[in-house]
Design a protein around this ligand. Structure first.
Ligand SMILES: NC(=O)c1ccc[n+]([C@@H]2O[C@H](COP(=O)([O-])OP(=O)(O)OC[C@H]3O[C@@H](n4cnc5c(N)ncnc54)[C@H](OP(=O)(O)O)[C@@H]3O)[C@@H](O)[C@H]2O)c1
Length: 291
C-alpha cells in the first residue's frame, strides 16, 4: 500500500493503524515532492503496490485564502493539479487510488438532513474550492478512483497539528475555557474508524465518491462537553456560542451544517465501522494520551 502525505494529521494515524498488519510504503515530503511531476511519475511507475492512498494536500483552510483565484499557487497545485496527475498515473499503471477529500465541498446551509454523495457541491472558501476541483479533476481522468470525504478527523494519538478534540482537552485540562458552537450539525470522524473505512475502500477497489464520517451527528458544543465529561474536566468551561459569532473570527468562510450522510458506506460495508459519536468518543477517551 502506498501512502502519500503519511506524516500529516490524518495520514499518521491511518498509517499507525494499518501498520499493524499491512505493508506500507510512505515516502516523506523530502523523499518525494508530489509537485515534482517527473519524480511522482517515476515513483508511481516503480512502486510495487497496486493501491495508493492520497493524503498529501494543502489542508490549512485559512492559510489557503490569500491564494484565492491563483491557479498557479501552491494550494491549487497541491489540491487540483497534483491529484489530477496522480489519478492519471494510477490509471496508466492499474493502481487503485483512494483520494481523501472533505465535507467543506458543501456550503452547509442544509440543517434538515446530512449531505449525501448525490448533493450538489458549493464550496465557500479557496481551500474548499480547490478540494472540489481536485475531485472533479480525478473523476475526469480515472473513473475507477475512490474519493473519500472525511469530516473533522480526530485522534487520541499525538500530532503537531491539533484536532478539535485535542484542542478542547488541552485547554480544559489547563483550566481554560473553550467556545462550543451550538447551532452547527457535524459528523466528526474518529481516525481509527476512518482508517478501518479507508482500508475497506482500498481493499474493495471501491470506485466513486463516498462519505466517511460519524454515523450520527452532534454539535461542537455537545462534542466538547462530551470530552470534558469523559476526561472528568469542567463541563461548564465549555461556553456556548452561535455559529455566526464564531464564523466572523475566521479569515475563510466555513460551512455551518457540514454533516455527512454515511448510508452509502454502510450499505456496502455494514454499519459497524463508522460509529455514532458517543461510541467513538468512548474509544477516544480510553485511548487518550496515546504517544
Ligand atoms: N484535518 C482536517 O480537519 C481535515 C478535514 C477534512 C478533510 N481533510 C483532508 O484530509 C487530508 C489530509 O489532511 P491533514 O489534516 O492530514 O493534512 P496535513 O496534516 O497538513 O498533512 C498534509 C500532508 O501532505 C504532505 N505534503 C504537503 N505538501 C507536499 C508535497 N509537496 N510533497 C509531498 N508531501 C506533501 C505533508 O507533508 P509535510 O508535512 O512533510 O510537508 C503532510 O504529510 C487532506 O486531503 C484534507 O483535505 C482534513
Amino acid at each position: 500500500m502506498i501512502f502519500l502525505g503519511g506524516s500529516g494529521l490524518v495520514g499518521s494515524r491511518l498509517r499507525a493503524v494499518w501498520a499493524r498488519d499491512a505493508e506500507i510504503l510512505a515516502p516523506t515530503h523530502t523523499e518525494l515532492d508530489v509537485l515534482d511531476a517527473k519524480a511522482l511519475e517515476a515513483f508511481i511507475a516503480s512502486a510495487q503496490s497496486d493501491s495508493v492512498v492520497n493524503l498529501a494536500a494543502w489542508a490549512d483552510v485559512d492559510g489557503a485564502e490569500p491564494e484565492r483565484g491563483d491557479t498557479r499557487g501552491v494550494v491549487y497545485r497541491l489540491n487540483v493539479e497534483f491529484p489530477r496527475q496522480l489519478a492519471r498515473l494510477c490509471a496508466q499503471t492499474g493502481k487503485h487510488l483512494v483520494h481523501i477529500s472533505t465535507d467543506y465541498v458543501f456550503d452547509g446551509v442544509n440543517a434538515e438532513k446530512p449531505y449525501s454523495e448525490e448533493d450538489q457541491t458549493a464550496p465557500l472558501c479557496w481551500y474548499a474550492q480547490t478540494k472540489r476541483d481536485g475531485e472533479v479533476a480525478i473523476q475526469g481522468v480515472d473513473p475507477t478512483a475512490c474519493i473519500a470525504r472525511i469530516e473533522m478527523p480526530y485522534t487520541a494519538a499525538r500530532h503537531a497539528k491539533r484536532d478539535l478534540a485535542r484542542l478542547v482537552a488541552t485547554r480544559l485540562s489547563e483550566g481554560q475555557t473553550v467556545q462550543g458552537v451550538t447551532d452547527q450539525r457535524i459528523t466528526p470522524v474518529l481516525l481509527d474508524d476512518a482508517a478501518a473505512a479507508v482500508r475497506k475502500l482500498a481493499e474493495a477497489r471501491y470506485s466513486g465518491v463516498v462519505h466517511v464520517a460519524a454515523s450520527d451527528w452532534t454539535t461542537p458544543y455537545d462534542f466538547a462537553r462530551g470530552i470534558a465529561r469523559r476526561l472528568k474536566l469542567e463541563e461548564d468551561c465549555v461556553l456556548p456560542v452561535e455559529f455566526a459569532q464564531f464564523a466572523v473570527t475566521r479569515p475563510a468562510l466555513r460551512p455551518q451544517h457540514s454533516w455527512l450522510d454515511v448510508t452509502r458506506f454502510a450499505n456496502v460495508f455494514g454499519d459497524a465501522i463508522l460509529k455514532p459519536v458517543d461510541e467513538a468518543l468512548d474509544m477516544w477517551s480510553r485511548q487518550w494520551r496515546l504517544p
